[in-house]
Write a protein that binds this ligand. Structure first.
Ligand code: NAP
Length: 274
């Protein structure tokens, strides 16, 4: 693993970027890319043409036209659950020249494996995970981690220009294998979302006597449910380390419960001796 800071130098040029999947996260990334002067095009399952028009992005309803639109980078921002289906239906063999295929899915081994299967050999592959979203990154990306794995890069200049988008916003650039990412993310991001969803199932609400700790829990619940359920379930289904962490969480809760019950027994036996 290597970490670069925003002061690390790298060359950059204006890129033509085609976003595949113009949902909440694709839209969020697009705004910063436009601000930086990159030229954007997009395609998606739903019709986002009005929003794209408003943002100055060309929106293609036809995937073939999108693929043939001469992008330097195709950035995959579709849901984890739909990745295989979306990529298998994409006419990638119609790409007219070597192109960087990059993606931002929150699980990395699955994304890398699907890309290696379906993307033509002459295309470069970059797997990434910006560790922030529309909420946590709304006032800027300074200091927020950006994880990436250069899976198959021959055109270093284009890859470096793409990474520069995040580096120049002050992201903490973390180069890491897809496997290492998934192992760490299962024990951090998946755990965070699972606890947030659990609190939501419990219907916890803010009260008139919140402690700071409880306020943190309410915020965690609210930020977790703001993400789609497709995203949350994708973190579980397509990260092979997540099942173990879910088990660890269940075991830990049981252990805490047993310790409390044991203490309660000790206490009542002490009181009965008085
Ligand atoms: P999401 O629910 O994970 O994905 C929504 C996107 O997937 C939309 O573009 C949607 O297309 C597309 N989609 C869903 N089902 C589809 C299907 N069956 N066929 C074709 N397209 C389908 O929400 P998101 O927050 O925008 O996340 C997008 C990606 O970014 C995910 O892979 C996620 O893991 C990653 N990511 C998200 C965050 C975050 O904070 N949100 C942070 C880092 C990475 P339409 O809009 O056209 O319907």
């Amino acid at each position: 693993m290597s970490v670069l800071t925003s002061s690390s130098s790298s060359s950059s040029r204006t890129l033509k970027i085609g976003i595949l999947g113009f949902g909440p996260f694709g839209q969020f990334l697009a705004k910063t890319m436009i601000k930086q002067g990159h030229i954007l095009q997009a395609t998606s399952r739903s019709d986002h043409s009005q929003l794209c028009h408003h943002l100055g992005i060309s929106f293609f309803r036809e995937e073939r036209e999108f693929i043939e639109a001469d992008n330097d980078v195709i950035l995959i921002c579709t849901s984890i659950l739909s990745l295989s289906q979306v990529l298998n239906n994409l006419p990638l063999h119609s790409l007219k020249r070597p192109t960087l295929i990059a993606e931002v899915l929150s699980v990395k081994e699955h994304a890398r494996n699907v890309l290696l299967q379906v993307v033509p050999e002459e295309m470069d592959l970059l797997c990434t995970h910006p560790m922030f979203g529309p909420e946590s990154g709304k006032i800027g990306w300074q200091g927020l981690p950006f994880v990436y794995d250069k899976v198959r890069i021959r055109d270093e200049a284009t890859c470096s220009s793409f990474l520069h988008i995040f580096q120049s916003e002050g992201c903490k650039m973390v180069e890491m294998s897809c496997e290492e990412h998934d192992k760490i993310a299962a024990r951090s991001q998946f755990l965070t979302h699972t606890i947030g969803r659990t609190l939501s199932e419990m219907e916890i609400e803010s009260t008139s006597m919140n402690t700071k700790g409880f306020e943190t829990l309410v915020q965690l619940k609210e930020s977790s449910v703001r993400n789609s359920y497709d995203l949350f379930s994708g973190l579980f289904i397509y990260n092979r380390f997540a099942k173990q962490e879910l088990q660890n969480l269940e075991l830990a809760l049981e252990k805490v419960k047993q310790k409390l019950l044991q203490k309660m027994e000790e206490q009542s036996s002490n009181e009965s001796k008085l």
